[in-house]
Design a protein around this ligand. Structure first.
Ligand code: EPZ
Length: 428
């Protein structure tokens, strides 16, 4: 087992380079299955969710060649299998994208229900509604979601909830079907635009990605493409909050500042200096943060994937802040961990009332999910003394070289291997 041991209380200073976006990579890679030629994907983050997707693609029959740690060449021409087993799917939400990609490629997909972070119920009814509108018959057999069609046809689909996953899955399934597909009330996240750009660079005809209405005119053939994934909005946002929370001064490089506007706005409200450059943002904090209220919403609102991190800095703000979760039913499981570190947070349904305390204190805590884990890292760096974080595999799913990047900014974080049974500690 591994854990992080953090000696906190040091302001972060310096420059950090942001990796490619996890949530774009996990959509673009399955989309390669729709290509009629090999593709090269660059700027992939070196994280376990990407490795899991690549392993799944190999198991389906694709030839996957790693060129370097962020570039991969994939030849999907020999893919014959349409089955993604439970073993391949568990632990990763994005495995659901194989439903749309394989349905689009082979008119048949059988995929185990996706795993990923536990936010209470994570339904896929809108994905299924989309596949059915395109003409697929969807059944659940032996715990597998089976989608099959003799012929798929373009259709109009109104999403009852703004869903990133359903928007992506319907795009994947529709890109090569006959006729026009219209997705109304579509999600507008940057990774949806990135997926559309990738598919269009192969010859797809997708318009409107980034707006609430996406139009997809089916094409017969997709040629190979060389494509570079966009920078990770949430990784960048995590370093922005970490810089402010530790009273630091950090230049966050290789970002798209436009994707970070809602996060920058909240940090400014708290009193941080946030400067925007062409491909970088600088965050500097010189005084105790001021309270502010945050409500998460689909893009361009404040991202739910930044909710635990922003709540962590607000835990030491002057005054009482209210954080409202507007996307997931249950995304406050990390609050119990922050409370162990002295935070004063009361959760009532989808709302957390955060009364700022003077400082957090170190404690043994757990990463209950990916972004909760990022929040624990920030809390550990804020608290003077030694904080240990367990269950860090969640963090490795989404943050490339997190120890190296924070260490380069002056943090003291060690990844420690330990034998649970022997209780022995050995530093990596
Ligand atoms: C994506 O999850 C992201 N994952 C999540 O990021 C992110 O939290 C979420 O979008 C919202 O931004 C990936 O991109 C791989 P949704 P997804 O479908 O697609 C409801 C991270 O930390 N809903 O947009 O699974 C659902 O219950 C991860 O990187 C339905 O009701 O999220 C939720 O309340 C965690 N029916 C809301 O919609 C459906 O069929 C948004 O979910 C689908 C969703």
């Amino acid at each position: 087992m591994e854990k992080f041991v953090i000696s906190g209380g040091k302001p972060l200073k310096g420059t950090v380079h942001i990796s490619g976006a996890k949530n774009a990579a996990v959509a673009v890679l399955p989309a390669v299955l729709l290509s009629d030629e090999p593709c090269t994907i660059e700027n992939l983050p070196n994280i376990s969710d990407v490795s899991t997707i690549l392993q799944t693609m190999s198991a389906l029959g694709a030839k996957v060649k790693l060129i370097n740690k962020s570039t991969v060449e994939i030849d999907p021409r020999n893919v014959r299998s349409y089955v993604v087993t439970k073993q391949m799917a568990e632990g990763m939400r994005a495995s659901s994208y194989f439903m749309g990609a394989l349905l689009g490629r082979m008119k048949h997909s059988r995929v185990a229900p996706p795993g990923g972070c536990d936010f209470g119920v994570r339904p896929i009814d809108q994905h299924i509604k989309g596949f059915e509108a395109l003409g697929a018959k969807v059944t659940i057999e032996n715990g597998m979601v089976d989608a099959k069609a003799d012929e798929l046809r373009g259709s109009s689909i109104y999403l009852d909830v703004v869903s990133v996953g359903a928007t992506i899955n319907i795009m994947l399934a529709a890109v090569k079907v006959k006729g026009l597909t219209v997705i109304e009330n579509a999600a507008r996240e940057p990774h949806i635009v990135d997926l559309a750009n990738f598919l269009n660079s192969m010859g797809a005809d997708i318009m409107g990605a980034g707006t609430g209405m996406i139009k997809i005119r089916g094409v017969d053939y997709l040629k190979g493409a060389d494509y570079s994934i966009i920078p990770d909005q949430i990784e960048a946002g995590t370093y922005m909050v970490a810089a402010a929370a530790t009273m630091g001064d950090v230049l966050i490089n290789n970002v798209t500042p436009k994707h970070l506007e809602s996060i920058a706005a909240k940090l400014r409200e708290m009193g941080a200096l946030v400067e925007e450059f062409e491909e970088a943002v600088r965050v500097k904090m010189s005084s105790r943060p001021r309270k502010c209220n945050v409500k998460t919403m689909p893009h361009p609102g404040f991202p739910t994937d930044m909710q635990p991190q922003i709540a962590t800095i607000l835990a030491v703000a002057e005054g009482t802040s209210i954080v409202t979760e507007g996307v997931w039913d249950s995304r406050f499981r990390y609050v119990e961990q922050l409370t162990l570190m002295g935070a004063d947070i009361q959760v009532d349904g989808k709302m957390a009332v955060i009364t700022g305390v003077d400082a957090l204190s170190p404690a043994p805590v757990k990463a209950v999910d990916l972004r909760a884990g990022a929040a624990m890292l920030i809390a550990g760096m804020m608290a003077e003394g030694v904080t240990e974080i367990e269950e860090i595999d969640h963090i490795d799913r989404g943050y490339e070289e997190v120890v190296e990047k924070f260490t380069a900014l002056g943090a003291d974080i060690k990844r420690v291997y330990y034998d649970e049974n022997a209780g022995a500690l050995k530093r990596a």
